[in-house]
Write a new protein. Structure first.
Length: 116
C-alpha cells in the first residue's frame, strides 16, 4: 500500500482498512480496494479485483471531463487490445468504454454527465 501513497502520491485504501473489513474474505484483505489520483484532465482510479476475478491485477478507471479527450484516451489504450464495451453514450456518461490493452490490463474510460 505504501507504493500507492508514497510513490504514486494518491489516495489509497486496502480492504483491511475499510469499514467492510469484517465482511471481506481473508484473501481480499491484502488487495487494493480503491486508489485515486487527480490528473490534469480528470481523475485516474483503480482497484484490484476480488480474488476470484480474472482482471489480471485489477482495472484502471479514468474519469475525464471532456468527451473528445475521453475518446482520445480510449483510442490510445485500445491499440492492440480487445473491446469489452465500445466507447459511447450511456445513461450516466457522455462517453464510457471498456478495453483490455495489449498487455492484458483492463481499462474503463468514463466522461460522466453533469447532474441536472
Amino acid at each position: 500500500m505504501s507504493i500507492w501513497r508514497n510513490v504514486m502520491r494518491c489516495v489509497a485504501q486496502a480492504p483491511a482498512d475499510s469499514p467492510m473489513a469484517k465482511d471481506m474474505p481473508p484473501a481480499a484483505l491484502g488487495r487494493v480496494l480503491h486508489w485515486q489520483r487527480e490528473a490534469e484532465h480528470g481523475i485516474v482510479m483503480g482497484a484490484d479485483g476480488p480474488p476470484q476475478s480474472d482482471t489480471k491485477g485489477g482495472v484502471v478507471n479514468i474519469d475525464i471531463t471532456s468527451p473528445v479527450e475521453a475518446e482520445r484516451v480510449f483510442q490510445a489504450v485500445s491499440e492492440g487490445g480487445t473491446a469489452q464495451m465500445p466507447i459511447g453514450e450511456t445513461f450516466w456518461a457522455r462517453r464510457f468504454g471498456m478495453r483490455v490493452d495489449r498487455y492484458g490490463k483492463a481499462w474503463m474510460v468514463n466522461c460522466q454527465k453533469q447532474p441536472g
